[in-house]
Design a protein around this ligand. Structure first.
Ligand SMILES: Cc1cc2nc3c(=O)[nH]c(=O)nc-3n(C[C@H](O)[C@H](O)[C@H](O)COP(=O)(O)OP(=O)(O)OC[C@H]3O[C@@H](n4cnc5c(N)ncnc54)[C@H](O)[C@@H]3O)c2cc1C
Length: 269
């Protein structure tokens, strides 16, 4: 198939209409940071490109009650610089700031990230640990999909050809910490810890499985780490594909970093 049409819809409804009428041959262009590479390399060969990057309807950051709602068209730079996000969910600003480089952050979007579904990316642990939900526009209305159902594996998301991601709803946690560990020549890892109540701690680790590993702990500080170690070791023992030397390193790193984070310390200081 050769790319023959590039269309810039003026509204979300027009974009939906275009998708519906060109389903098998069309793709949506958001920030274009991964899509354009895939087209250049021939990994995908769309006939129609529907450019949604300037749709104002997808560019919003709002707080509604205890939820942060971010439109699909918001870029990583806008997330990193949003005063609202800095105030209510600083770990999300930190994660956005650590993505790739300025050029990519200025173009790549929340919607593109959710649709692309690279579960080793920097938002997924935060989305898992907060029980976020993805907003999807369908032909008949809207679907709200819990993030754990959205992602079924790396690059595998619950999105049909005629649907558009419109945003994400994130319950605002009472406290959160996020750390990214850049690794040379291999995939990075990132770690999120969320506390929702005095007794519940959620730890999400990206970079050891095709979906973020989510561990929920109840209890006091001393027993937390022991329970965490037991759970992470049991997860590894039950997954034959995680037994190589590279995973020895990744699991060791996870234990060391999370131990420091659970103590409230910065593992890199
Ligand atoms: C060199 C490089 C380094 C990167 N480093 C990091 C990193 O360190 N951390 C990290 O988290 N991420 C990283 N990313 C990924 C990046 O953050 C984005 O997730 C990615 O570029 C997709 O976002 P986009 O807006 O560019 O989407 P596009 O490239 O435009 O689209 C990606 C896919 O999603 C589809 N799509 C886009 N928007 C929608 C929508 N609203 N509804 C339905 N489908 C849609 C497109 O059709 C396409 O299939 C990197 C990407 C690159 C190219």
């Amino acid at each position: 198939m050769t790319l023959t049409r590039y269309i810039v819809p003026k509204s979300l409804n027009e974009a939906m209409d275009l998708l519906f009428h060109n389903q098998a041959s069309a793709v949506v262009l958001a920030g274009g940071q991964t899509l354009v590479q895939e087209i250049k390399k021939g990994i995908i060969n769309p006939k129609v490109l529907i450019d949604i990057q300037n749709l104002e309807e997808l560019k919003y950051i709002q707080q509604v009650d205890n939820e942060l709602i971010i439109g699909a068209g918001v870029t990583h730079s806008e997330i990193a610089n949003s005063l609202l996000i800095k105030e209510v969910f600083p770990s999300l600003s930190k994660a956005a700031k650590l993505i790739a480089d300025t050029q990519i952050r200025n173009k790549a979007t929340m919607g593109g990230t959710l649709a692309y579904g690279d579960s080793f990316g920097d938002y997924w642990g935060l989305l898992y640990a907060t029980d976020a939900s993805i907003k999807v526009k369908t032909l008949s209305g809207e679907r709200i999909v819990p993030v754990t159902q959205w992602l079924s594996g790396r690059y595998k998301v619950y999105l049909n050809l005629s649907e558009l991601v419109t945003g994400v709803k994130i319950p605002i946690p009472s406290t959160s910490t996020f750390h990214k560990v850049p690794l040379f020549h291999v995939e990075n890892m990132n770690f999120t810890i969320i506390e929702n109540s005095a007794n519940e701690t959620k730890i999400a680790i990206c970079g050891i499985n095709d979906k973020p590993l989510l561990i929920t702990l109840f209890g006091n500080e001393v027993s937390l780490y022991e329970t965490f170690t037991e759970k992470i070791e049991s997860f590894r023992n039950n997954n034959e594909n995680l037994k190589s030397e590279e995973y020895d390193y990744r699991f060791h790193l996870a234990k060391v970093v999370c131990f420091q984070m659970l103590k409230g310390e910065d593992p890199f200081e």
